[in-house]
Design a protein around this ligand. Structure first.
Ligand code: SF4
Ligand code: SF4
Length: 418
């Protein structure tokens, strides 16, 4: 690596050094409490997968370039030079971490390894060594925000084609708009993923609840967050914020995508609208008696996987349990509880990288498969697209003997009018 590139990368490093990050970098006592906390280490037993080991790669670079001692006496301060080899180590550390933050809840100092890995991801972007596909997908989302008019017609046609399927789940009255789009003053702006499975059940439930809702032109997923690019994360987020402001909606409801919800909830700043996950909205409908379901529809043992970004990292834990208590008499919670729940192994962009990561994803999530099997449930519900894909792969790989289902599709399939 030449000096010019190194200097550019160090500027990026510096841009991440806020007070919290410096604290994480300076506090680790190497107590080892986080060792067993990471599902990757717990599943593979490899030292390089210990949370503190990953962070140490960043910490040594920090000591070398941002601490006097490291600059003057590198050998005494365990500092490390930023080289091409260091970049390879950063890649390995960052793209084997799903950002689940389980290690953080065990660490006595609350050191956030996911945040430290965001430095690694930014350096990889600066060196053009990040997974290219994630950047391409982020760029496509940003472009769509700039030129929505080019996409509108195709989008509206696609939506029209889904209407019949929505009506099969919940009958519309004459004159009703089955999938409303671009409704000024709607109470809810629903932000879905690109795909019928994210729109049809949600639309049926909104209609059953008599909601004044409108579908966003944009997909919820934020590839900028997966690849760790703060500028693109913000641009992708702004498309939705601007649409919500233009339509003057009261609430933005994010579909079953944990990262999209966490990013919207935590990064959108003070806005005149509320941000909710679709799971929270559905729990509300049940509580208010706005939807009814056939309680005998799923006459089997059901368990629930808490998506890390929805539960541990954004606090949506009670709502899915409340919903499932309405749907089955045999709900079997996993152990440990939602705060300490094992990650499915698919976050941080790993599922989006598809076949490239499947071998690692299966090996690194053995503890998740064991956790599911212990419940002996036959349905494994979840509320995140990434988790659903990863759990489906785990189901095949580890013969978990469950049906993996989206919580929203279970509700939509069980809807009744009385
Ligand atoms: S954030 Fe999750 S995947 Fe990353 S080191 Fe911590 S426990 Fe492991
Ligand atoms: S638990 Fe916290 S302080 Fe202890 S080794 Fe892990 S990151 Fe460091």
């Amino acid at each position: 690596m030449d000096q010019k590139t190194r200097n550019e990368l160090l500027k990026l490093f510096k841009s991440k050094l806020n007070e919290a990050m410096r604290l994480y970098l300076e506090t680790c006592t190497r107590c080892g409490v986080c060792t067993e906390a990471c599902h990757v280490y717990a599943s593979t037993g490899q030292v390089k997968h210990i949370a503190a080991y990953r962070s140490e790669i960043i910490r040594r670079l920090y000591k070398k370039y941002f601490k006097i001692r490291g600059k003057l006496w590198p050998s005494l301060s365990e500092s490390k030079e930023l080289t091409d080899v260091a970049l390879e180590e950063l890649f390995e550390a960052a793209y084997s971490c799903t950002g689940c933050r389980r290690c953080m809840v065990y660490c006595p100092f609350g050191i956030d390894t996911q945040m430290l890995m965001s430095i690694a991801k930014l350096l990889l972007i600066g060196a053009n060594t990040e997974p290219e596909i994630l950047t391409l997908l982020a760029d496509t989302s940003v472009e769509k925000g700039k030129s929505i008019d080019l996409f509108k017609e195709g989008f509206l046609q696609g939506i029209k084609n889904l209407e019949k399927e929505v009506v099969k789940k919940w009958k519309a009255e004459a004159g009703d708009s089955v999938i409303p789009v671009d409704v000024m003053g709607a109470d809810i702006l629903y932000v879905a993923l690109a795909g019928a499975h994210s729109i049809i059940p949600a639309a049926a439930i909104f209609n059953a609840a008599g909601e004044n809702w409108t579908l966003s032109f944009f997909e919820a997923v934020n590839f900028g967050a997966f690849v760790g690019d703060p500028t693109k994360t913000k641009l992708i987020l702004d498309r939705i914020i601007n649409e919500a402001l233009r339509l003057k909606v009261k609430e933005v409801c994010i579909c079953e995508c944990g990262t999209a919800f966490r990013v919207m909830k935590q990064l959108s700043g003070k806005q005149p609208f509320k941000v909710s996950s679709i799971t929270e909205v559905h729990a509300r409908y049940f509580k208010e008696g706005r939807i009814k379901i056939d309680p005998g529809k799923f006459n089997t043992a059901i368990t629930y996987h808490d998506p890390c970004q929805l539960a541990r990292n954004a606090g949506v834990m009670d709502e899915p349990r409340y919903i499932l208590s309405q749907m089955t008499k045999d709900f079997r919670d996993m152990t440990p509880d939602p705060t300490y729940n094992w990650c499915c192994g698919g976050g941080g962009g790993l599922v989006a990288l598809g076949d490239e990561t499947i071998d690692f994803r299966m090996k690194s999530a053995r503890v998740k498969a064991d956790q599911v099997k212990k419940t002996e449930a036959r349905i494994l519900a979840t509320a995140c697209e990434n988790c659903h894909s990863q759990l489906s792969d785990l189901n095949d790989h580890y013969k978990m003997n469950v049906e993996v289902k989206f919580l929203s599709s279970m509700i939509a399939d069980a809807l009744v009018s009385e």
